[in-house]
Design a protein around this ligand. Sequence first.
Ligand SMILES: [Mg+2]
Length: 419
Amino acid sequence: MRIEEKGVRTVLHSDLNNFYASVETLRHPEFRDKPLAVFGSIEDRHGIVLAKNGLAKACGIRTGDVYWQAKKKCPDLTEVQADFSAYYAVSEQIFAVYERYTDKIEPFGIDECWLDVSDCVKYFGSGREIAERISAEIKRKFSLTVSIGVSWNKIFAKLGSDLKKPDAITEITQDNYKTLIWKLPAENLLFVGKATKEKLNKYNIFTIGDLAVADENFLCEKLGKWGVYLRRYANGKDDAPVAQKSGEKIVKSVGNSLTSYRDLVNFDEVKPLLVLLCESVASRLRQGGYGKAHTVKVTATDNLLLTHGKQDRFPVPVRNAKEICERACALFSSFYDWSAPVRAVGVSVSDFTKDGGLFDYSPQEIKNEKLEEAVDKLKEKYGSKCLQRAEILKDKRFFDMDVTGGHLVFSDDNKDNRS
Ligand SMILES: [Mg+2]
């Protein structure tokens, strides 16, 4: 039976393979044939492996290994410090690909999401065909691969994307699910963590199939309602909807980063970049209606590609570029010691307070707001370079930089970090 028959949903779960490591390889083609791991921090040698490529995996490196462990397993390891702003920027572009197929997209962290494509099978073909289109498009546009699971529910779609990696499509249908997944360990099921697995094993439930046929009353007695849910999931009885994109995605921060065309050697040289960044961040804060931000974060990447940064929470929230910039400049000066020149800087704001209307603002703030809003309008009409602050004009090449892109960071509070 085709899974998209009447009344049955078609749900995909798409998972970008080795996402952070793959993005780093795209940025540094010279790393392509080397074992590579992305660390949360490498500066202090205490960072852990957040992602690795296939060659590093072959050396036995695992996500969560600490720096020295990883280096011991693989002395030739190429280590890279995570650059989340770059990953978010790519992730945003990939989500734009998904959005061409459906608006029912539920992110599961930065590199995974569910898509309910039930309404578009009539335009694009079966779930598998849609998965093939998405996979081909991501490969063509970004040189990245995905693993996609196709099923009639979220739990099995997720399981499908985990079954074959990298660059694979796995369909779990009403016809094949028993032979395909019932033999797998129970902990492969989403939501079966370590503690639940141990409990299940104690009652001789080892596989998803064992769970599917276990006595419901027994499970309820031993694991409560949760046990009943897990049994349903093992039987594909999961009707949780894929969240609609709008309203469900909560923007947690708005940020932007710029890489300079040359090394910057003092604050006067960094300042124009900070100004450009703060203007773009403030403009997006206004356009997105996110209110004001309590927290400002500044990062600086030096010419050895080490990223330094600092954030601070301010009691009085800000929204306009002038104030964000004052704080960003002060933050930058407080942490950057100029032991190396600066290659890139980033500014992001978070911790939003919803707008309470103009009453929340002082007369001076209202004046600044109005001015910046007018500038937004002019830029919209005549292009982003029609008006610039004097600092930026000091260096013609800064003036030419495009800061209209950037990254939004979405809430991923629900993500279970098992893998
Ligand atoms: Mg992934």
